[in-house]
Design a protein around this ligand. Sequence first.
Ligand SMILES: [Ca+2]
Ligand SMILES: [Ca+2]
Length: 183
Amino acid sequence: MCTRTNFDRIADRHCNHFNSCFISRSFIYALIRKQQVNGEANVLFSLVHLARTEAIKRNSVVTICKSNDANQCGGNWSDGWIVFQDNNKDGSRDAGETLISSGTIGYGYQLSWTAFGSNNYIRFTPQGLTLSQNGSFKLCPGDGDARYARAVIISKTARVRLPKDTNGDGIYEDAGGSNLMCS
Ligand SMILES: [Ca+2]
Ligand SMILES: [Ca+2]
């Protein structure tokens, strides 16, 4: 006789004919993928924190822009980004502007930034605010499965928020509370 508790049902645990329960492979797979996208969202969280902190410390505008060569602005967000001291505040890394860091999102992920002002960069002021910019990053896995997508919202005051799955349907939401879509 196979007995499943409520917890087993929630965790999608099944029982075998020896009456011991096990967690299904698909559940573990889903759990790992959720953890992966959450890890990537935390990378973005830390990225914003770094740029904001550097802007305050350097008493200068610091910009994050998309970059495909870890040196200049260009390409797509999925290629990577750079963080630099943006002396003339133009969102582009000019000669003599110090490179602070560079990075990329995890392999296979698609990253986009949609914002008021520009979709190419985010600028932070010495006061620790964005330069009149609010927007959101969207992370999608390579296979476009929205269950493993996540948004990272940045407010004008440089506050970072990761919307949850408030309706509990397994898909995280965007800034407006709608399920994320990966196309
Ligand atoms: Ca510049
Ligand atoms: Ca949802």
